[in-house]
Design a protein around this ligand. Structure first.
Ligand code: SF4
Ligand code: SF4
Length: 419
């Protein structure tokens, strides 16, 4: 699509990328076929092609309106359209710039603004989040069951979650194991399901790795990035880079992230800090060294088996961040099969479950419908358990079913210890 960018937007960071993406889009509409919001709402403006058109008009100088914002806000940022697009349009780059322009030129209503600020400020502070969750659970008897089900669980912090707390001295001074990994602690997951990192750590240690956590790392920045606070996301990314870089310089192999949504964010650090000369090189290197657990565990597939006592028939819900963001579709499924599981079939595995970070709070109606559709599909073969790879999807799906939902790292174990 030919686009003539208005002079006032010429200096925006990433405007050249946006122009290139608009140029690549041939308006074929293939992407609409795999867009969850288009499939659900049937409105052209709630599909990628329509949204691209809205962003093009805005960049050409049309004024953003509450209506354009509504359609952009309804996007889950699931990136399914990117996987489908035959022209290689990176729609999420366009959306990023479209949202930036909106935020600069059209203020959000105060209520919407505050909900986003509160979500960000609470969830990225694990202590505060934990405290508020504790209060919510204590007084949950006052709530109707529809709301009660939406309160995330409060996990029990494991006593030991890694071989070592971070310090450069630890890394240089240790270790009798050859390979060392940093494990991101995360924010929501650390409070709601710390047992996920614990299971992952146990697996890695049994396979001969050293696992360390850095007390200096923070939230990956995804929540801020998707909620009108790009500068906050950039600051979180810089803090993480500062925390991890000394370790990587001392031979740590990489950063393993058990929540695929967070891994997708860290993989994007090079882009996020592209105009920050002091950080961009390290950001790119860190993005390169960021790993999903499956990438590390695949070579050990012969040493992994299904966890003792688990039934064979489970279902794996592949998060969008894993399918489209990290582009490692099918690999966890293969590992689970080789561990002994019979995975049940799905018809809409490519469609988002509606969790999408804070989307389930900000767009409850659409999110709820997507969740119901997804659960119907996941549960139709009556699996004994649903496994997934992202804390957001896990909590979201669990709030709608009695079938247990677990991270896939919690359903496998090492069949013989490496000595
Ligand atoms: S599939 Fe790609 S080229 Fe076709 S309309 Fe969608 S984004 Fe544009
Ligand atoms: S990111 Fe997902 S919800 Fe947004 S336009 Fe693309 S497919 Fe649709």
């Amino acid at each position: 699509m030919q686009t003539i960018v208005a002079d006032k937007y010429r200096n925006l960071p990433n405007i050249n990328d946006a122009e290139e993406m608009l140029h690549r889009c041939v308006h074929c509409g293939f992407c609409n076929a795999t867009c969850p919001t288009f499939q659900l709402l049937g409105d052209e403006l709630d599909g990628p092609r329509g949204r691209i058109y809205l962003i093009k008009k805005i960049l050409e100088g049309s004024n953003p309106t509450p209506s354009t914002r509504k359609h952009l806000d309804r996007c889950l940022t699931c990136q399914s359209c990117e996987t489908t697009c035959p022209s290689g349009v990176q729609y999420s780059r366009l959306l990023e710039i479209g949202r930036q322009v909106h935020n600069k030129t059209l203020q959000r209503p105060l209520k919407e603004k505050w909900i986003r600020i509160l979500l960000r400020k609470i969830i990225i502070r694990p202590q505060l989040f934990k405290y508020l969750l504790h209060i919510a659970h204590t007084f949950s008897f006052l709530l109707p069951s529809s709301l009660k089900n939406k309160i995330p669980p409060l996990g029990i912090m494991p006593t030991v979650s890694s071989n070592a707390e971070f310090s450069t001295a630890d890394v240089t001074g240790q270790t009798n194991k050859e390979r060392t990994l940093i494990m991101l602690r995360g924010c929501a997951q650390k409070v709601c399901a710390p047992e996920i990192n614990q299971s992952a750590t146990e697996l890695f240690i049994q396979l001969g790795f050293n696992v360390i956590e850095s007390s200096a790392d923070r939230c990956c920045g995804a929540l801020s990035h998707h909620n009108d606070a790009t500068e906050e996301a950039r600051e979180l990314a810089r803090r993480n880079i500062d925390a991890w870089w000394p370790l990587l310089e001392h031979g740590v192999e990489g950063i393993v992230i058990t929540a695929s949504g967070c891994a997708t964010m860290v993989k994007d650090y090079g882009h996020l800090l592209a105009d920050d000369a002091g950080y961009v090189d390290r950001a790119c290197k860190i993005a390169d060294l960021c790993r999903d657990p499956v990438e590390i565990l695949e070579p050990f597939h012969g040493q992994l088996r299904k966890r003792t006592g688990m039934a064979d028939n489970i279902c794996f819900q592949a998060p969008c961040s894993q399918q489209h963001g990290l582009a490692i579709r099918g690999r966890v499924e293969q590992l689970l099969r080789s561990a002994g599981y019979k995975l049940t079939q799905q018809n809409i595995a490519h469609l988002c479950c509606g969790s999408a970070g804070s989307y389930s709070t900000l767009q409850p109606e659409i999110s709820g419908k997507l969740k119901n559709n997804k659960l119907q599909d996941l549960c139709k073969a009556e699996p004994s358990l649903i496994s997934t790879a992202n804390i957001g999807c896990l909590l979201h799906l669990q709030s709608g079913t009695e079938i247990p939902v677990k991270h896939w790292l919690q359903v496998i174990e090492v069949n013989e210890l490496v000595t």
